[in-house]
Design a binder for this molecule. Structure first.
Ligand code: WT7
Length: 643
């Protein structure tokens, strides 16, 4: 049983006390439509919805607020520009603390979004078009997302750390004919050649969708090649012309976001306008307990869902003031996060366990030399947080003054699903906590039998919620297969989970072939397919293993073509090959060359054994008698890399 840490009394008023939570949670599940139609009133609707959830998980068909019409850019920008024009919306903090930052009020944000929307129009973007956004963490990235929403175009943001190869697949996958990028990005003083990467992606031999237009934001001023007729500098085509918000149906797609699964290529998860808007607006309000005038900072990148829901949408839908940070936690030194907190008087910080662990290792001085008295609430997301890192975050960073929220959710859930609420619940380090309003969970065993009470099992969601992904772009069967076929009639999260006597949920990690490296989700199958695309590689199997900082590291077993030897040079070459195919986030931590993979007589790779060896925990390998070649295990143990 985990210790309980009493929630510190927050100085601010709270949106939800513990008795509110009980009442509201009960209402959210017993009278779900009334509850969510009520929450929908947080948004301005062109036509208010009268319908709540209309959904089925077998067959899979999900809609919320289906008869409503709205525009999320209007809700995130224009309505605040009208009512509080001088309130600060965005505070840009550049990679280099010596460079000039920038602040936009809601009125200025509106002009900038209009300028971006006009630029998109100028290159031919229309309602329903897919627009790929491959940007650094600068204000224009957020503008591009909101400008798409304004026009009713569907954005597909691709993380700037992905390689041209990976970008090409994501442009192709959704038939996107438009790209918004920048000359270069900056991260920890390193330059990221974004524009050149886009050119390389479009030149991939198997890429055959021509682009209609590309917008390039001048950021570092690097000299980049521009293709006449196709590529346009943003500053040349932006304009202040009138650009009204397109009224959208609640179920019109808002964005596509590619995410990894246990098999195949990344899937383009689709979120729609009304439900996602209500979910991000509501969760942001209650979970971050945002109070007017406070400064919020989510350190994620807009390339991930966290940056969608808690940078581009949730905070702005609530009219919040937030920091947009271009840099990294360890540049120019390990105190950078706390220096930003001090400089902008950040009240609410939302970051990832991997960053917390990395900073914890550098010692408390980097933290304590900066004034953190503005901090009121600390959040974590993306992977399980170990109690030791939790305690450091709570005690050293927040001086035991700030509640911690450990929010569990996924790309597919659209926003937070499990958390404690800062004004309502005590906390348990390492446990995400309780279901948010409308979230109905079940733990099931491997045969699908429902487990009651304090128990451990596979985490499923039994009822739809407004923020739920609706489909996989262009492949609804894959959506059904991936999420609803393991346990028919239930959404299966892919996570293992423990529930305790108090109903608190603790995520134990993925139970499928997905690994979580520094909070980045990766399919082992993707890394395997990158490895076997190298001409010397015959076969590979990739598993995750526990890593002190990254949560999980990437361990690759590789067999080479006959006659080839695993040299140090080849080791480096394979590592680089994976970086080229996917991106630096997929760099293998270990590659073990082996003369074979442990397979059953029917040819199935026994990953259980490979995981154990990668963990350097080979004492109890379990039953190996079904292996085709039992002597292989000895050789694998002998050659293990993670000692
Ligand atoms: C997977 C989803 C949620 C936005 C960022 C990641 C893991 C996420 C937690 C948490 C334990 C967590 C799960 C989940 N995860 N948050 N608080 N505690 N695990 O989104 O890339 O879609 O990854 O991240 O394993 O399934 P994502």
């Amino acid at each position: 049983m985990l210790d309980t840490v009493k929630r510190p009394q927050s100085s601010a008023a709270t949106h939800c006390t513990s008795s509110d939570y009980e009442t509201m949670y009960r209402r959210s599940v017993e009278d779900s439509d009334a509850f969510w139609l009520g929450q929908a009133e947080r948004l301005d609707w062109v036509k208010a919805p009268t319908k709540g959830g209309e959904w089925s998980f077998d067959p899979v068909d999900i809609a919320w607020f289906a008869d409503g019409k709205l525009n999320l850019c209007h809700n995130a920008v224009d309505r605040h520009a009208a009512s509080r024009p001088d309130a600060t919306a965005l505070i840009f903090e550049p990679d280099d603390p010596q460079s000039a930052g920038r602040t936009l009020t809601y009125r200025e944000l509106q002009s900038e979004v209009v300028a971006m929307a006009n630029a998109l129009k100028a290159i031919g973007v229309k309602k329903g078009d897919r627009v790929t956004i491959y940007m650094p963490m600068i204000i224009e990235g957020v503008l591009a997302m909101l400008a798409c929403a304004r026009l009713g175009a569907i954005h597909s943001v691709v993380f700037g750390g992905f390689s041209p190869e990976a970008l090409a697949g994501r442009i192709e996958g959704c038939g996107s004919r438009f790209v918004v990028t920048a000359d270069e990005g900056l991260r920890g003083s390193k330059r990221v050649p974004l524009k050149t990467n886009v050119d390389a992606a479009l030149a991939e031999p198997d890429h055959d969708t021509p682009l209609d237009g590309m917008l390039v934001v001048k950021h570092t001023g690097a000299d980049v090649p521009m293709t006449e007729g196709r590529d346009h500098w943003y500053h040349d085509v932006r304009s202040d012309a009138d650009c009204p918000c397109e009224p959208m149906d609640a179920e019109d797609p808002l964005f596509i976001l590619y995410t990894s699964g246990s098999t195949g290529k990344p899937k383009g998860v689709v979120h729609t306008t009304g439900g996602y808007g209500v979910w991000t607006a509501t969760t942001f309000n209650y979970i971050f307990d945002y109070q007017p005038g406070e400064v919020f900072w989510c350190s994620a990148d807009i390339g991930w869902v966290t940056g969608h829901s808690y940078i581009a949408y949730g905070p702005l839908l609530n009219g919040a003031t937030q920091v947009i940070f271009e840099g990294v936690p360890n540049y120019p030194d390990h105190g950078r996060f706390w220096q930003v907190v001090e400089k902008h008087k950040v009240n609410i910080l939302y970051t990832a366990p991997t960053a917390i662990r990395a900073l914890m290792r550098e010692g408390d001085d980097f933290v304590t030399r900066h004034d953190r008295s503005s901090l009121r609430l600390l959040g974590t997301v993306g992977e399980p947080i170990n109690p030791e890192a939790w305690r450091w975050y709570f005690e050293v960073v927040g001086e035991e003054r700030c509640p911690i929220i450990d929010t569990w959710w996924q790309t597919e859930t659209g926003g937070c699903m499990l958390t404690t609420l800062p004004g309502a619940h005590d906390m348990k380090p390492g446990s995400a906590g309780l279901p948010f309003f409308g979230v109905r969970l079940q733990l099931v065993d491997n045969d699908g039998a429902v487990l009651e009470g304090a128990n451990e099992g596979n985490l499923c969601i039994t009822h739809s919620w407004p923020g739920q992904a609706r489909t996989v772009y262009g492949d609804h069967d894959r959506f059904v297969q991936t999420y609803f076929s393991t346990y028919t009639g239930k959404y299966f999260t892919g996570d293992g989970c423990k529930r305790d006597e108090d109903g608190y949920y603790r995520i134990t990690g993925r139970v499928d072939d997905v690994i979580n490296v520094s909070g980045h989700r990766m399919g082992t199958a993707e890394v395997e397919s990158a490895l076997v695309s190298h001409p010397l590689v015959a076969e590979s199997a990739v598993v995750g293993y526990s890593h002190d900082i990254k949560g999980q590291g990437i361990y690759c077993y590789v067999t080479l073509n006959a006659g080839e030897d695993g040299s140090d040079a080849l080791y480096t070459e394979l590592r680089n090959h994976v970086r080229t195919e996917i991106g630096p986030i997929a760099s293998p931590d270990h590659i073990q060359f082996t003369d074979g993979l442990p397979k059953t007589r029917s040819g199935k790779i026994m990953r259980r054994i490979l995981r154990k060896i990668a963990e350097n925990d080979y004492g109890s390998l379990g039953d190996t008698s079904t292996l085709a070649d039992p002597s292989l295990v000895e050789r694998l143990i002998e050659g293990r890399q993670n000692r």
